[in-house]
Ligand binder design. Sequence first.
Ligand code: MCN
Length: 769
Amino acid sequence: MQGRLEDRRLLTGQGKFTSDWNFPNQAHAVFLRSDRAHAEIASIDTRAALAHPAVLAVLTGEDVAAAGYRSLPTQLGVNDRNGQPLKKPPRPVLAQGKVRHVGECVACVIAETALAGQDAAELIEVEYRELPAVTLAEKALQPGAPQLHAELPGNLSFDYGTGDEAATEAAFRSAARVVKLTLDNQRVAGNPMEPRACCATYDPATGKYALYACTQGTAGMRSQLVITTGIPDDKIDVIAHDVGGGFGVRFNIYPEYCALLLAAKKTARPVKWTGTRAEVFLSDEQGRGVISRGELALDASGRFLAVRFSCITDLGAYLAPTGPFINTQGVTACLTGVYDVPAAYARIRLAVTNKPPGAAYRGAGRPVMSYMLERLVDQAALELNMDSAELRRKNLVPNSKIPYTTANGGKYDSGDFAGVLADALAASDWTGFPARRAESTARGRLRGRGMSAYIEASGAGFAPSDQVEVRFEPDGGITLYAVSHSHGQGHETTYAQIVAGVLGVPMETIRLRNGDPAVRLIGNATGGSRSLLGVGSVMQLAARQVVEKGLALASKELEAAGADIEFRDGAYRIKGTDRAVGLASLAKKYAAATPHPLNVKTESKIGATYPNGCHVAEIEIEPETGIAEIVRYAAVDDAGNIINSMIVEGQMQGGITQGAGQVFGEQLIHDADTGQLLTGSFMDYAMPRAGLVNGLTLREHPVPTATNPLGAKGVGEAGVTGSLPALMNAVLDALRQAGVTHFDMPASPHRIWRAIREARAAPGPLRHN
Ligand code: MCN
């Protein structure tokens, strides 16, 4: 199998990640972080640190305020249930007067070396006046809870509602059966391989800054920096080459990036910061963290009448730029799943707590909804004593109703949900399960099976459009420019495939540059699994434009009218003759021209579409140890037209494994009283290992969408949206055999073992959390 274009570079150590950038005369930054969750800052004494011989400067909140730096931005494009806009408490670059979570940046030390900076940071004396902390969103909204921000009375930032509340209430009143669940979707860490890092430079002669950072997209990051620092847009470049993973937590700016810009200006030196894994745990945006309540109303025949969802979401101490969006519209984008449900309503209250900010994490809200909905459907099947696949099939949106408008206004453009489910039944050998379970039972194992029929939204993006450029280089190569940043998804390969497919040139002659400051483009960061359908589509449009431009040159070359010339297999040919000229040789002929006459810049605004699928997981539990193992996993997914099956397979594998990570172990635990992170390293935060997901069968069921020229839907997040509920449904199915009737993630060996022991000790309906 042919690898990806980027593989050789990355596998031979030739990648250029953020900490690979180094500049002459570079200084190093170290951050002093709050060791308390909530406290007033009585004083900060930096004198001893400043006296350290290797220290160049120490910045505090006063310095960033004096420089005119403002709050980091956040936004939400809708008003709340009461017509109120989002309440936005300020989020300073360095703490001002108060700290609100462990890990918040209090001071920035700039020194000759990072080690000296670390020594000096320890010399800073901060006098804190400790305040009571609140780490649970539910508690934060209760009367008498510690108050985090003067601007946010009651710790409530937003009270979101979507759908028709009255119609939903009426449907629930008429229902023959109501199924209810309260589920904990625990907080998790993104943990990209590359910890956050950045390097800032400042040129006093031009007043120009550059920030080298790991980012999912430079354009969005630049505009967030402009808002925060007040530096004019044309005076700042954001640059990134290779980025070692993102998973959503490299989408936004962070306080450290702004502090380094100020540090570079103050010291007149390039300043570099390389974060540690501990800092990833303490200060990266975090994901999920929602205890939600879901209700499903059914009629006597098992038809779904309505869905109701409510939760109080933990935004952490500050509103991350995309935190409010992800936790409201992101969650409810597919409120009714793949089902034909007449009424639905969701209410989400956004609360602040003394924890690091929460925002996007692979799936960006959608897995919260798919997890609840698919757990509800399995619970309904259990209560109705029905086959869970049959209950799903009965309620799917039929193909005849697609395009389908959901009860809260979502527009599913295409799909074949029944066909996908049928394929999943076949791929998973659904009917063979009883025999496999009997065999497991004979070996003393609890075997469980879980299904999820998921749908999720590939985003429309925040930017006004996606622009790309195609440039022909003097060496005969073609360079593609885009904003969306590849940080593991293989864009170099797939964009090259698309362009090569139109131009008929070898894809190896095409390279991709994202985050190149010399070519400023408007566009979306990588996120919402939309790079292919958005940017990839524009790449195709751009390549077609190149072919059109080339026609004029070919017409001159062949001395024939354009109408008599056709373009095929990389060459312009006079129809019905063998007289032809290749696009590559035309490009070569004009290689010295600037700009090259075949260069194009193209843009388009492409909207959302809805990848979907059906996943079936089978797991086995060893009751004596609580160890759970995935023994079979079949996933059938509709990602529309596929450009690169190998990459899509990798994305599905990665997404499914990421879901499995949350199901079987990952959990950020903050001490309820002190707000200290108790799982702040890989010793106590259980990352999934490669061996976790076994027996994977992946099948495609493509239904092209008409919403973009490629007919493609996203895949980057689909795996996790599907696997979270499928795996937990399987865990529950296994545990029910031991008398456990309720169980929350993570299904770690200890928690499983304890639940089984308690159920055996107290037979009857039990609740385990
Ligand atoms: N693709 C394809 N055919 C399709 C759809 C996609 O060939 N029908 C290919 C694309 O060309 C691209 C890849 O699959 O090479 C993923 O495409 P897409 O679904 O458009 O997703 P994005 O490129 O926008 O990636 C974002 C998505 C998100 S939101 C997260 S979070 C995530 C993810 O991708 N983080 C990742 N996958 C990740 N993979 C790695 N290795 N690391 C991360 O941090």
